[in-house]
Design a protein around this ligand. Structure first.
Ligand code: ARG
Length: 469
């Protein structure tokens, strides 16, 4: 007869269909180490409450250690008859301790246990996740450092807009990831609350000490409301939002890399180790890593949606629906731990086609704004400057030339505003001086701008932030 935690008041056994529906051990078994951790803390609290003698506590802790070893070696495995991780581990304890094993369940319920286990699991795994995010930040910063002064076409609407430092663009992605790390750190503050002691929903009549258990498990405090403690899955939903947003950030970076690696852009060459071939077209080199990063964001968004939908409309307190919290959380953790190292590797090994980036940076009349702003510095209203440069662009199109190839005579023909020498103060450059990409970058030297010096400042600041993460 399979061991259940709730057989007492039932005459017949459960239907097979119920058992198959109800069982969660095939996915919640990964909570076993955390369940054992919480069991040790609970055993100590029972002992302090006088409910376990000194020697019973010692035997209990030794059995938990032994069980942990057996789980780790694979010698102890959950069976299909174990409903969930808690059932399986209680079976393991009973096998080791006989009747004494049955004492550990006093004052706790699977409801506070499972909420505690999931918090412990997530807080632990978020630390790994942060390390992987830091690796990606480091990979991006490394490339940005080499390309702080590499001019590239900056785009809006996927059209050439203004030249930017390619490093500046890479760092934009670092800022997004840095916010993700910050968000996870902030998440941890709210996740650091221990549900243990809440029991099924109302707390325990036994003289337990939830604050002591919380402290032992590395939480900041115990939950102040036992009903909230067992019903709340905000920590899981909030984590899944963080994960989904990381997914979106990876997807946007992935999409850029797909574009950059295309024949039309040719901005980067991916390393062989991070690209794939085609089974039919021998010449192909495909950006599968970037595409999977983009594609996996779909399931991360789905994980968040799944949990929110499960939570919506649940009455207090524990409802079995809550068993559905775990698979989305595990999937999000697994997905990110799989994607992040691949994306980091792709970024750190890609070779940037500097010559092509610099050559195409002025394309699409990307220096037009610089010229208009030059006129503004000479006192021309921006409205008129915009108009004059607009005419100049059309003139260039008609004459099949580009802004950076104009001569002083060309400029003088279009508008008197463009005449060189028409300077108010000594510090206003001539039009030909601003009609070059490096000048355009260097001129954007205010805080947050794309000037290579500011990009290097950003790298220094970001390295400091990343070191602290
Ligand atoms: N396995 C369940 C879960 O993951 C915990 C069991 C609580 N079951 C119950 N009938 N109260 O949520």
């Amino acid at each position: 007869k399979p061991m259940r935690l709730w057989g007492g008041r039932f005459e017949g056994g459960p239907a097979d269909a119920l058992t198959r529906l109800s069982v969660s051990v095939q996915f919640d078994w990964r909570l076993a180490p955390y369940d054992l951790l919480a069991s040790r803390a609970h055993a100590r609290v029972l002992h302090r409450a006088g409910l376990l003698s000194e020697s019973e506590l010692e035997r209990m802790l030794a059995a938990l250690d032994d069980l942990e070893g057996a789980c780790r070696s694979g010698e102890f495995r959950p069976t299909v008859a174990d409903e969930d991780v808690h059932t399986a581990l209680e079976r393991g304890l009973l096998e080791r301790l006989g009747a004494l094993g049955g004492k550990l369940r006093a004052g706790r319920s699977r409801n506070d246990q499972v909420a505690t286990d999931l918090r412990l699991y997530l807080r632990d795994n978020v630390r790994y996740l942060v390390s992987r995010l830091v690796e990606l930040e480091t990979a991006l910063i490394g490339q940005a450092e080499e390309h702080a002064a590499t001019a590239a076409p900056g785009m809006t609407h996927l059209q050439h807009a203004q030249p930017v430092s390619f490093g500046h663009q890479l760092l934009a992605h670092v800022h997004a990831i840095a916010r993700d790390v910050d968000r996870l750190r902030d998440w941890d503050r709210r996740a650091a609350v221990s549900p243990l002691g809440a029991g099924a929903l109302a707390g325990s009549s036994l003289p337990l000490d939830p604050q002591a258990v919380a402290q032992e498990l590395g939480f900041d405090s115990a939950a102040p409301n036992s009903m909230d403690a067992v019903a709340d899955r905000d920590f899981a939903a909030e984590f899944l939002f963080c994960a989904a947003l990381i997914g979106v950030h990876l997807s946007r970076l992935g999409e850029e890399i797909v574009l950059w690696a295309s024949q039309e852009f040719r901005w980067i060459e991916m390393d062989d180790a991070y690209s794939t071939g085609s089974s039919i077209m021998p010449q192909k080199k495909n950006p599968d890593v970037a595409e999977l990063a983009r594609g996996k964001s779909g399931r991360l968004i789905g994980d968040l949606t799944a949990l929110l939908t499960t939570l919506k409309g649940l009455p207090l307190t524990y409802n079995r629906d809550l068993q559905e919290d775990k698979e989305p959380v595990f999937d999000a953790v697994d997905t990110l731990l799989l994607v992040l190292p691949a994306v980091s590797g792709l970024v750190s090994t890609m070779r940037v086609n500097t010559a092509r980036l610099e050559a195409s940076a002025p394309d699409g009349f990307a220096l037009a704004t610089d010229l208009a702003e030059l006129l503004v510095r000479k006192g021309v209203p921006f409205r008129d400057a915009h108009e004059a440069v607009g005419h100049l662009v059309v003139w260039c199109q008609v004459n099949d030339t580009t802004l950076d190839r104009l001569t002083e005579e060309d400029l003088a023909k279009i508008s008197p505003h463009f005449a060189a020498g028409e300077k108010d103060g000594g510090d206003v450059p001539g039009p030909l001086e601003v009609l070059n990409v490096q000048g355009a970058l260097a001129a954007r030297k205010a805080y947050g701008g794309t000037a290579p010096d500011r990009v290097r400042d950003q790298i220094t600041a970001l390295r400091e932030i990343v070191d602290g993460q």
